[in-house]
Design a protein around this ligand. Structure first.
Ligand code: HEC
Length: 141
């Protein structure tokens, strides 16, 4: 599984965890947003696709296919707590496909997971690639 972007994100988290200099990262902080986008590009886009449509190169081969984050009915049916549970615990934790991998290393980074959830929400129909990182937006069809 791809782990690109992890190093940068973890470096950031170490800083956030209190290694000096202490930086309090809050939701929406540019560094945090960047780390989350790197994580999405490196860990999620391969299956979920650059725009979260479930059409990433690895995702297309899966059955069931990765969730299409553009599906408005699905977006409305899940709350953030559920998304958090799936992202950290993996699909198997909530009775979904175990191809949706767990990310146990993010369990101690609730704010970063919150930004990942924001990215998932931003893939909803009509949002387009405006909230995607430049790299992700470039790959988008
Ligand atoms: C190896 C492929 C793969 C990777 C990598 C992957 N996913 Fe998934 N994901 C899936 C599949 C397959 C499903 C659908 C599971 C099902 O419907 O049974 C899914 C479902 C989901 C769902 C929907 C859960 C629900 O309640 O319906 C969310 C949210 C999600 N993934 C987020 C992420 C995030 C965020 C990442 C990156 C940290 C990620 N996924 C990485 C394959 C993947």
């Amino acid at each position: 599984m791809e782990r690109r972007g992890l190093t940068g994100a973890l470096g950031l988290l170490l800083v956030a965890a209190g290694c000096e200099p202490r930086i309090e990262l809050k939701p929406g902080d540019p560094e945090l947003v960047r780390a989350a986008r790197q994580l999405f590009d490196g860990r999620c886009a391969n299956c979920h696709g650059p725009r979260g449509r479930g059409d990433g190169p690895a995702g297309r081969a899966l059955s069931p296919r990765p969730r299409d984050f553009g599906d408005a009915a699905w977006q409305a049916s899940v709350d953030d707590a559920r998304l958090r549970q799936v992202i950290v615990g993996g699909g198997a934790a909530v009775g979904l496909s175990s191809h949706m991998q767990s990310n146990p290393d993010l369990a101690d980074s609730p704010v970063l997971v919150g930004e990942l959830i924001r990215i998932v929400r931003a893939c909803a129909e009509g949002q387009g690639a405006k909230d995607m990182s430049p790299e992700t937006a470039k790959q988008a069809p």
